[in-house]
Each structure stands twice: as C-alpha cells, then as structure tokens.
Design a protein around this ligand. Structure first.
Ligand SMILES: Nc1ncnc2c1ncn2[C@@H]1O[C@H](COP(=O)(O)OP(=O)(O)OP(=O)(O)O)[C@@H](O)[C@H]1O
Length: 490
C-alpha cells in the first residue's frame, strides 16, 4: 500500500521548488515542507514523549500547520487538528479526551492548557540536516490523525484514522478522479473538518499545489473572489453549501476560473438546483457528488453528475448499487465496510463497539444515515437522529425540508425542532426565498403553509417561519443547524 509520507518525500525530491501550499499571504515549497517537518519531528523526538501519544495542532489555514501535521507523524505521533475558531472549552475537552502530550500552535492562545505548548515556528529555528528515519514514522496500522466530530449530533467523538485508512482513501481518490494531472487544488475546509483531507493528501501525494482560503476571506466576498480569480484552481473541493454561497455572486463562473475542471462535493446533500446552476456556469467542469462520514475516512462512494441524471431524478444519488462497500440493513440504515473503516473512537470502547460491530466476520460502520435503492442507485434520505417525535408523531425533518424546498417561492430551507424542558414542542423553518420578500412575512408564511398543506399533514408543518438572505454556515461550511436551533423566530 502507498505510504503517504514516502509519496510526499518523493515529490520533495523530484520537484523541490514546486509550491506545495499557498494562501493569499504565505507559501511553502515541497522541499521546505519536507525539511521543516523534519525539524518538527526531530524536536518532538528529542522530548521525552510517550510514543504514539496524540499531538494537538492548533491554527487556521497556515503552512506551518501542514508542517506540524507531517512533523508529528514523522515522529510517530498522530495529530489532532483543531481550528482556531474552536472555543477554548472545546479545545480543553479535546486535549483531555485525547490525552494529548503536546499542543503545537501557529496562533497564540490566551488560556493555559496544562500541557506543553509550543509555537511551530519556534521548533524550526535549529538548522537540521539529517532526515528523520522512516522507522520513526507512523506505521501502517498506527493512528495517523484523530478528528473530533463537530458534535452537531451528540458529544464530540475522536475518530481515529490509521495510516492504512488514509492510504486506501487516497488510492481510491486517485483511481476515480483526475488528480494526477498538474493543477491547483482548492482547500476550503478547515483542518478540523475531515473534508479538508479530501484536498490535502491527494494534492500532496500527487505533487500539486494547494490553495487555502481563510475564514477571513470567506467573510469578505471581494477578497474571496479576487483570490478565486487569480489562484488558477483546477480542482474544487467544498461542501455544497459553500458553492451555493458562491453562486450568489453572479461573477462566479468559468470565465473567472478558466482552469476549473473538477468539482468534488461531500458532507451534505448536493441539491439538484445547485448542480444544475453549476453545470450552466462551469460548462468545462465535471461535478462529483461524494458521500461518506469521518468514521470511514472522508468519502467512500460517488456519482458523476450528468444532465441525464438530473433529468431522471429530483434528488441526486450518492452511489451506484454496484458500490461494494456500501449496503443497507433491514431498517434502511446505510452501513459501510472496507479498508477505510476507522479504528474507532479514541478512549470510548463502548461507543466504538456499538458503532463498529462485526457482521459476517467483517468490521463495519453503522452510519446513522438512512438510504433507499432506486433504479440502480443508492439515495440518502436522511439521518436517524433527524427523526423527531412531536406530539407523539414520528417525523423526518429532511422530509419536511424537502417539501418546503420544493415550493415555488423557496430557494432553500432548514427545519429545526424547538425544545422546551427537553421536549420537542414545535418546529421552526428557516427559509431563503427565490425573490426578495415584497409582501409581509406574515402573508408569505400564510401562503407557504397553505401550499404545504397539499403535501404534508398539519402536524408536519412548522409553526414559525423565518426568512433569511442566506442560511448561516458553520466553520466547516455546512449549514449551521446548531446556531439556527438557538435562534429566535417570530
Ligand atoms: N453526498 C452526501 N449527501 C448527503 N449527505 C451526505 C453526503 N455526504 C455526507 N453526508 C452527510 O454527512 C455525514 C458525514 O459528515 P461528518 O462526518 O462531517 O459528520 P456530521 O455528522 O456532519 O457532524 P458531526 O461532526 O456532528 O458528526 C454523513 O453521515 C451524511 O449524513
């Protein structure tokens, strides 16, 4: 199996001056990446650290974070990426839960975390000429990284991905997508979100340039689109929500990004309307809808979006039925097998056993996603944990969102349950309309409720509707359901 580190080393030897990583402020060549990560590894090896103990790497879209990731694994330690948007209580929780032995940072932190903290830049002041021996690197079965799930559904869990898991994932990506041809890869997802792994390692292993955009740029559209216009991006990886946000800018099209030929989407439903608009605006690009959870290393299946597929279905499939590692169990839950199934949750054997049972002598992951089969494809129909009970009725939140989303005035919608004393008492709908609201919100809500009553029973119709220009995204670029759940509606 491919060794991620050996492949990157090979690139560093073959094309040392090629840019490995770039932001609007900084850049790093492959030789710098290799040399600086050796410095970090040597620093770590010189400390009295327990072998294989996790190391937290804290920061945001900085070349030194990538240096720290590689430095940690070269010294035999898994890394835990934590984005600097993370509140300090959560960082504390991750440090405690992972039993991390060190905190490497590329940004300053105000609170002390009671483990050794080192600025990555301070680890590379010593000139180093000796490479770290591959025998010190994380080995195939060792944990390579640990990503803490966002906790949007329950308590955060530390998903452990081995070097082998990652190598199989990258090999799968190389097999199915045009990643070897020279070009720039967009890096939009922060490193604490495993979607970032979809561009990070395929780019580095293939000797490509990663172009990372920061949250600060995303918050200022002018700076974002200036970057997109000049970065010569060929491969785009993001959540569908992020692309949807970009589509709001009429200038975002092929002429602005002539090199763009591949869209890789994962992490959420890719709405048909988004795919259609992308096809119109980027006629030279191929769009792929990928599916997978963090627990099976980023993504395990995909479909190529074609006009025929868009005409055939009102929802995009997530896999062909021939996909060997995906299947449905009796209650419709999607289960995943294969070489990218994670080693389990760190320090949580009970949770691991429950989520990763062995069926027919095969270790599998129970996704909690519900699927159905139709016309040779597998479709995602919602998450088990989005089934809620309201006044005794079992409801599928996604079914309600789908129906609201299908109403002519609506562009997109998210429905969240309203809790009182831990019990769901009603539903709130957050709606983005196709046209600006000209009449009163009250009238629009009356109209939407009346339209909905043709498709949904009254107990499934949300009580309150709130109209927004865009749906808020969390730092991962997914729709921020948690934030909406605590938002007041009128
Ligand atoms: N192409 C897709 N279509 C629909 N849903 C998808 C797709 N790809 C991923 N998902 C959803 O995203 C989930 C995986 O996302 P991720 O591993 O980031 O965790 P999460 O469940 O979103 O958040 P948390 O971090 O709280 O666990 C999948 O289980 C599925 O529900």
């Amino acid at each position: 199996m491919l060794s991620i580190l050996a492949a990157i080393q090979n690139v560093a030897l073959q094309q040392p001056q090629k840019t490995a990583y770039q932001t609007n402020r900084e850049s790093l060549t492959y030789s710098e990446l290799w040399y600086l990560s050796d410095c970090v590894a040597q620093y770590l090896l010189a400390q009295d650290l327990k072998r294989k103990q996790p190391i937290v790497v804290y920061g945001h879209m900085s070349p030194l974070q990538i240096v720290a990731f590689l430095g940690a694994v070269k010294a035999g330690h898994p890394y835990v990426p934590v984005d600097s948007s993370t509140p300090s209580e959560r960082l504390q929780l991750i440090i405690e839960a992972s039993e991390a032995c060190m905190l490497l940072k590329t940004e300053s932190l105000s609170a002390p975390f009671f483990i050794p903290e080192v600025e990555v830049s301070d680890m590379i002041t010593q000139p180093s000429t000796i490479s770290v021996e591959p025998s010190s690197w994380v080995q195939e079965r060792d944990i390579y990284y640990i990503i803490y799930t966002s906790g949007s559904t329950g308590k955060p869990k530390g998903v452990q991905i081995t070097a082998n898991n990652l190598a199989h994932f990258v090999a799968w990506m190389n097999k199915h997508f045009p990643l070897q041809e020279s070009g720039v890869f967009l890096n939009q997802a922060p490193y604490s979100f495993d979607l970032s792994v979809m561009d990070l390692y395929p780019a580095l292993v293939n000797g490509q340039t990663l172009y990372a955009i920061t949250q600060e740029q995303i918050a200022y559209p002018k700076s974002l689109f200036d970057a997109l216009a000049t970065a010569e991006i060929r491969v785009w990886t993001s959540t569908p929500s992020f692309a949807k946000m970009c589509l709001m800018n009429k200038e975002w099209h092929q002429e602005l990004m002539p090199a763009l030929d591949t869209f890789l989407f994962c992490g959420e439903v890719l709405p048909v309307s988004v795919a259609q608009e992308l096809m119109q605006r980027f006629p030279q690009a191929t769009i792929f809808n990928l599916y997978g959870p963090t627990e099976t290393t980023v993504a395990v299946s995909f479909v190529e979006v074609s006009s025929a597929l868009l005409e055939q279905f009102d929802q995009l499939p997530i896999a062909p039925l021939s996909e060997p590692n995906l299947s449905l169990v009796e209650d419709g839950e999607i289960i995943i097998s294969g070489p990218t199934v994670s080693a389990g949750y760190l320090g949580a054997p009970d949770l691991t056993q429950k989520a990763f049972p062995t069926i027919n002598s095969q270790r599998i992951y129970k996704t909690g996603d519900i699927g159905y089969e139709k016309d040779g494809y597998l479709f995602f129909s919602g998450r088990k944990d989005f089934q809620v009970k309201l006044h005794g009725y079992r409801l599928e939140i996604e079914e309600i969102e789908k129906q609201i989303g299908n109403l002519p005035p609506v562009s997109s919608c998210v429905v969240v349950p309203v809790l009182k004393d831990g019990e769901i008492v009603s539903l709130n709908a957050f709606v983005v309309l196709r046209e600006p609201l000209l009449e009163s919100a009250f009238k629009m809500t009356k109209q939407l409720k009346s339209l909905l009553s043709e498709y949904l029973p009254s107990y499934m119709i949300p009580k309150a509707f709130k109209y927004m220009d865009t749906l808020p995204l969390n730092t991962n670029g997914k729709v921020d359901r948690k934030g909406l759940a605590v938002m007041e509606t009128v």
